[in-house]
Design a protein around this ligand. Structure first.
Ligand code: FAD
Length: 395
């Protein structure tokens, strides 16, 4: 392959993690090429609120993220500050988790913000544009050559570029991971998630709620309107719920959530997402590195996916600071250090999510009894709950 402008880094994937990474690198003075196969997103606009029978036009996107305090600190460092979050997100200050059998619950303090993904994406893109970079949208890689010191890439258009390193932030089905020959350990959940905005009879009071129903975890995350929540319900019967009419699905959600916020009075457009748990066996190979869902995708039941991706960004950027002292340090060494730090932490979170999912996804009466007794015991243990709060905050 021939070569063109040499970049310090070629970043593939302009999702929330890729955008944060790019911004952090630009702030360090790096020359970055940012590629994404999708078309440039439009500036999100708040749609007018409308409601008729059970049908809701809430103006809120169905894709939101619950950001913990560590992620919020990173966003602040990247220039998406508290004022922006005040205007564009909802604060939560507690989590209530309970079992659909109605026998056990845990309540603890946890602070963070629920933000619509496309609004945060736009805020990061704005900061990137302020540093003079325009992402190359509708760009896909056809070939990678990482046999030499620098990485060479060829796009499907035939254009060639080279960079000191290649950063794969291209999501759960990462092409960079595949082209680098990095294997993943993965298992399918045989579950999909339904996400949408719902209107509730009772105000959410800034509490993120999650109920383990007979068909998977159902989360109600507070939105800026006190009676609107973002719903994420993962289970095996999602397609049945997608096919129900608005009135029936509202009744189903109300009863499965045990009327915790009274009746669900209206529902916005529903979306269905496949769920998959996958973990790359390596995050780094020579001068190629993986971050975010390209390295690890986990069940949304504890809302940790993007938080883990942001922690990857923080960790990699910290590892790269060695270049200020030793500019000739090999990327392979730096990336290996990042992998050594991040992979065990992410593996632990993945294993925890999987155990939780299995624990709550069983009909075995003895397991259910032990689980519910354990949850009640946990709810009475302030020290352990304080530790749970630390984990939820990403500390
Ligand atoms: C229903 C649901 C609810 C969730 N809720 C939460 C939550 O509350 N909190 C939380 O922390 N996490 C949550 N997650 C997880 C979270 O959404 C993901 O972890 C996060 O979006 C991953 O970000 P990413 O940037 O790594 O990847 P992605 O968001 O997948 O972005 C990847 C980018 O790469 C681009 N791309 C892909 N392939 C190529 C290619 N070949 N060439 C060029 N570009 C490419 C894509 O267009 C995309 O822009 C949820 C997930 C689901 C499914």
């Amino acid at each position: 392959m021939g070569s063109k402008t040499p970049f310090d880094a070629i970043v593939v994937g302009a999702g929330l993690v890729g955008l944060s990474l790019t911004l952090a690198l630009l702030q360090q003075g790096w020359q970055v090429l940012l590629l994404d196969k999708r078309t440039a997103p439009d500036k999100p606009a708040r749609q007018p609120f409308g409601i008729r029978d059970y049908q809701l036009d809430s103006g809120f996107s169905a894709r939101v993220s619950a950001l913990n305090s560590r992620s919020l600190n990173l966003m602040n460092d990247l220039g998406v500050d508290t004022d922006w979050f005040e205007q564009n997100s909802a604060v939560f200050h507690g989590m209530h988790v309970w079992d659909g059998d109605g026998t056990a619950k845990i309540e603890f303090e946890a602070s963070g913000r629920i933000v619509e993904n496309h609004f945060l994406e736009w805020a990061l893109l704005y900061q990137i544009s302020q540093l003079g970079l325009t992402p190359a949208w509708q760009s896909e890689i056809s070939d990678i050559d990482y046999s030499r010191d620098e990485v060479q890439i060829r796009l499907t258009t035939g254009e060639d570029f080279q960079g000191r390193c290649l950063m794969g932030v291209d999501g759960a089905n990462s092409v960079i991971r595949e082209k680098a020959g990095i294997r993943v350990i993965e298992w399918s959940y045989e579950q999909t998630a339904m996400t949408c905005t719902v209107q509730t009879e009772i105000a959410h009071a800034g509490i993120a709620r999650q109920c383990f129903t007979g068909d998977g975890p159902l989360a109600l995350l507070p939105l800026p309107d006190p009676k609107l929540c973002s719903l994420v319900w993962s289970g095996r019967n999602t397609s049945d719920r997608m096919a129900m009419n608005d009135e029936s699905v509202c009744q189903e959600i109300s009863s499965q959530a045990e009327f915790v916020l009274g009746e669900i009075t209206a529902i916005d457009r529903r979306f269905e997402f496949p769920l998959r748990q996958a973990h790359a066996v390596q995050y780094a190979k020579k001068n190629i590195v993986l971050l975010g869902d390209a390295a690890h995708s986990i069940h949304p039941l504890a809302g940790q996916g993007v938080n883990l991706g942001f922690a990857d960004v923080e960790s990699l950027v910290n590892a790269l600071t060695v270049l200020k002292i030793n500019p000739d340090q090999s990327m392979a060494k730096i990336f290996a250090r990042y992998q050594q730090r991040q992979r065990p932490k992410n593996m632990l979170m993945t294993a925890t999510m999987e155990s939780l999912k299995r624990l709550f996804d069983t009909d075995h009466s003895l397991v259910r009894w032990a689980r519910n007794t354990g949850m009640d015991w946990l709810n009475s243990q302030d020290l352990i709950k304080a530790q749970l709060v630390r984990v939820a905050a990403g500390l």
